[in-house]
Design a protein around this ligand. Structure first.
Ligand SMILES: Nc1ncnc2c1ncn2[C@@H]1O[C@H](COP(=O)(O)OP(=O)(O)OP(=O)(O)O)[C@@H](O)[C@H]1O
Length: 288
């Protein structure tokens, strides 16, 4: 399912002294099955854009087409429920929205609310908990007794239990330790690879963009200022700096090595690519 923005602008609190532009004339397509990253400094419009992906916000101007639903400034709020099922949103610190007495009830809440029977929803909750790597014995426990990383997995399982085709992630690893971050990013990559989920990730972690994204949108001042593959986006360090964005660690290291006389035919984005580029210049393979 593609999601297409056609000249979308969004103004917060229009017609008041507090009016502010959230989005300015954004046109792009987020392709079904792709892993898209959205980057941009604070206040650049990333969260506003995300909230248009399932019509939580409706454009002030332009249209957003989500699958076969066209959302315009005058779309009313009826019949939007299917979009909320198809496009699952994981907001920042999603564990703050856990509220049920057990992990199983929390994960089953959405499906039951959408009409699924209790037994079927309980089975789905158990399956989804397993999918996100939670041990079986947590199902009957209070979500509030779990570690921070596990609580976050419960919240993500609650979104996945709705069986969305698009998973939207707003800084999903914020506040986790490095191991927790790595595990969660690996889970999203696995969901993308094995279940064909479309992933839309907002992040400040350029290493994650280089490692996982297939397409990148760069926001600044509410506008989409660049889009392309990670290789295209990270090719121009000066441009990124001008938009207050960093390079992935590997790409930065390659830049420093270039200043010391090394040469790379193409910008290395990942550690594996850096090793491949360096090995011949060091007179052998780094594997040996
Ligand atoms: N509820 C609101 N009322 C008024 N203005 C808002 C509101 N929410 C966001 N804005 C403004 O809209 C613009 C875009 O904000 P948005 O939250 O989408 O940026 P962001 O890139 O997600 O930032 P961050 O990285 O800090 O989450 C900013 O200028 C912001 O001040």
């Amino acid at each position: 399912m593609d999601i297409t923005f056609d000249h979308v602008s969004y103004t917060y609190q229009p017609g008041t002294p507090f009016a502010g532009a959230g989005l300015r004339d954004v046109s792009t397509t987020i392709r079904g099955g792709e892993y898209t990253a959205i980057i941009g400094h604070t206040g650049s419009g990333k969260s506003t854009l995300l909230q248009h992906l399932n019509a939580l916000l409706k454009p002030t101007e332009g249209t957003v087409t989500i699958g076969d639903r066209v959302i315009t400034p005058t779309t009313n709020n009826k019949h939007l429920r299917p979009l909320r099922q198809q496009v699952g949103m994981v907001f920042q610190f999603p564990e703050s929205q856990l509220f049920e007495s057990t992990v199983q009830r929390d994960i089953a809440f959405g499906p039951e609310n959408f009409g699924m029977g209790k037994d079927e929803a309980a089975q789905l909750a158990a399956d989804t908990a397993k999918l996100v790597g939670l041990p079986d014995d947590v199902l009957g426990r209070s979500p509030f007794d779990l570690s921070g990383g596990q609580m976050r997995r419960v919240a993500i399982a609650g979104v996945l239990a709705m069986q969305p085709s698009v998973l939207v992630l707003d800084e999903p690893t914020a506040g986790l330790d490095p191991a927790g971050r790595r595990d969660l990013m690996a889970l999203f990559a696995q969901l993308h690879r094995e279940q064909g989920l479309t992933i839309v990730l907002v992040t400040h972690q350029m290493d994650d963009v280089a490692d996982f994204a297939e397409h990148v949108l760069v926001m600044d001042g509410g506008a989409l200022v660049k889009e392309g593959t990670p290789r295209e986006i990270f090719a121009d360090a000066e441009w990124l700096q001008a938009h207050s964005l960093a390079l992935p660690t590997t790409t930065r290291m390659a830049g420093e090595l270039t200043e010391r006389g090394f040469h790379f035919d193409r910008v290395p984005l990942t550690l594996a690519e850096l090793a491949d580029g360096l090995a011949p210049q060091l007179g052998g393979s780094l594997d040996e």
